[in-house]
Design a protein around this ligand. Structure first.
Ligand code: SF4
Length: 475
């Protein structure tokens, strides 16, 4: 059995030097295709329904060991007043703000059910409020949430406390309430500042609204502001997106997330309207916008942290990238290591060193379970030792852009070069194209390969490779 403490231990800083990547669009075209985002390994698609309450209780009990690390908390607050037609999140659309009171009642039950089984002296080093729209909750409801959490957990003095904020639904009172909860980071959904694009996606958000939100947050003492953008939305072109980037840079964010629009109308029917209106950019246009964002942001001094994330050089995320201490969880890249993730609210995912569990995705199922004093869990996974080893390899590539064999051999207790010889041999095309460099000491992802981290990591993903083989046999 691999000890969680072994996996969480520090290792020497990697020889990572050049965070600014050079985009090679031909290579991106060549290797484009579905690959997991590796916010977990195995990915959430592998979680299953064959589990019992005893499995969940054992997962929490195992996590309470004498050397248990800190806690990271996530709360899913699903309400939104209106639906943005591109949205891929798990939301509940309503204008009835009383719904949030009933939600907090049920959330209290969930917290109490779990907290009763947890070692409560473990410090909380990270809290994230996600959604939906956390600022659907009014100031009073946010203060109630703050009391709920502070009365049940011990927060570390330097805890990172962040919230997703919809600038359209924000008041000065809400900012004050979030600050009293300790919020020191905010992530604002902007997506695009072009008026025609905003009409096409059903999200009207003037730049003045963004400016006002940023000013309020800065004045209240929020030290780090992230802005979310999406490329590939209806009616976007490189020209309109260039103007959006001007607007975004004028807001002087500390971090940026630049996401690719995911068109999945079979899962999100509201997206069908973009097809009916024939408004979506062609793939080459989307690629041009990705390249434009990368060029503009790196020229403006942001570091490409990986996947969709950019950060100012002095930001904690950029420092963690340089020092090799970056981590990855369901919220994306993070600087907080070794924490177990306890998540609450519908559809949220929790993680211990050797388990994952995901809550029910509908309000009715989530609430129904809790009214019967049952964990509102829909799917579960206990990792095998092999899963844990592969997760280490994949996260090393995703966060440190390397496999350091000596370090990994020590931590995993196997000879990586021997045990994973077939996977390492499968990297030959990536090396020929200059995406990686291999040596007897390990593998390094080059600046050319950085935009394709997921492709490199997927070579060590047993489930993804098995599916790819089945697909290849089928055609
Ligand atoms: S505000 Fe965010 S979560 Fe709500 S519908 Fe719009 S994109 Fe989705």
């Amino acid at each position: 059995m691999i000890s969680p403490q072994d996996l969480g231990s520090a290792s020497p800083p990697p020889a990572f030097a050049g965070p600014t990547t050079t985009l090679d669009l031909d290579l991106i075209r060549k290797y484009s295709g579905p690959a997991p985002r590796y916010t977990s390994y195995p990915p959430a698609t592998q979680f299953h329904a064959q589990f019992s309450t005893a499995d969940i209780e054992a997962a929490i009990a195992d996590d309470n060991g004498a050397e248990a690390g800190p806690i990271s908390l996530y709360l899913h607050l699903p309400f939104c007043e209106t639906l943005c037609w591109y949205c891929g999140c798990n939301t509940v659309i309503t204008r009835q703000h009383g719904a949030a009171d009933a939600y907090l009642d049920t959330l209290t039950r969930e917290l109490d059910l779990t907290v009763a089984r947890m070692e409560r002296t473990r410090p909380v080093t990270q809290l994230h409020l996600g959604g939906g729209t956390p600022t659907f909750l009014n100031a009073e409801q946010l203060l109630r949430l703050s009391d709920l959490l502070k009365s049940r957990f011990v927060f570390a003095p330097d805890a990172e406390i962040s919230a997703e904020i919809d600038p359209r639904r924000l008041t000065g009172e809400q900012v004050a309430a979030l600050r009293s909860l300790g919020m020191n980071r905010a992530s604002l959904g902007v997506q695009d500042t072009d008026e025609r694009v905003q009409r096409a996606i059903n999200r009207i958000q003037p730049q003045e609204t963004n400016q006002r939100a940023v000013e309020w947050l800065r004045a209240a003492g929020v030290t780090s502001i992230n802005l979310d953008l999406i490329y590939g939305l209806p009616l976007q072109t490189p020209t309109t997106f260039d103007r959006t980037l001007d607007d975004i840079l004028a807001l002087q964010p500390d971090r940026l997330s630049v996401f690719s629009y995911a068109h999945v109308p079979w899962m999100k029917p509201s997206q069908k309207i973009f097809e009916h209106r024939n408004q979506l950019p062609v793939p080459e246009g989307k690629l041009a916008m990705f390249a434009l964002a990368h060029e503009r942001l790196t020229q403006a001094g942001f570091l490409d942290v990986g996947l969709d994330h950019f950060a100012r050089p002095g930001d904690e995320l950029a420092l963690a990238l340089r020092e090799g201490t970056l981590h990855r969880n369901f919220q994306g890249y993070t600087t907080r290591a070794g924490a177990s993730l306890y998540s609450f609210g519908l559809s949220s995912i929790s993680q211990t060193a050797t388990t994952y569990r995901q809550n029910h995705k509908t309000l009715g199922a989530w609430r129904g379970a809790l009214e019967n004093d049952l964990f509102p869990v829909e799917r579960f996974l206990r990792l095998t030792d092999e899963d844990v080893r592969r997760r280490e390899l994949i996260m090393s590539l995703m966060c440190r852009r390397e496999l350091n064999f000596a370090d990994l051999n020590r931590r995993l207790g196997v000879d990586v070069a021997t045990q994973y010889a077939p996977e390492l041999a499968s990297l030959v095309d990536l090396e020929a194209d200059g995406l990686i460099e291999t040596s007897p000491h390990g593998v390094k992802v080059t600046p050319r390969g950085s935009p394709l981290l997921r492709v490199v990591a997927s070579r060590f993903d047993a489930t993804f490779q098995a599916a790819a083989r089945r697909h290849a046999q089928a055609v």
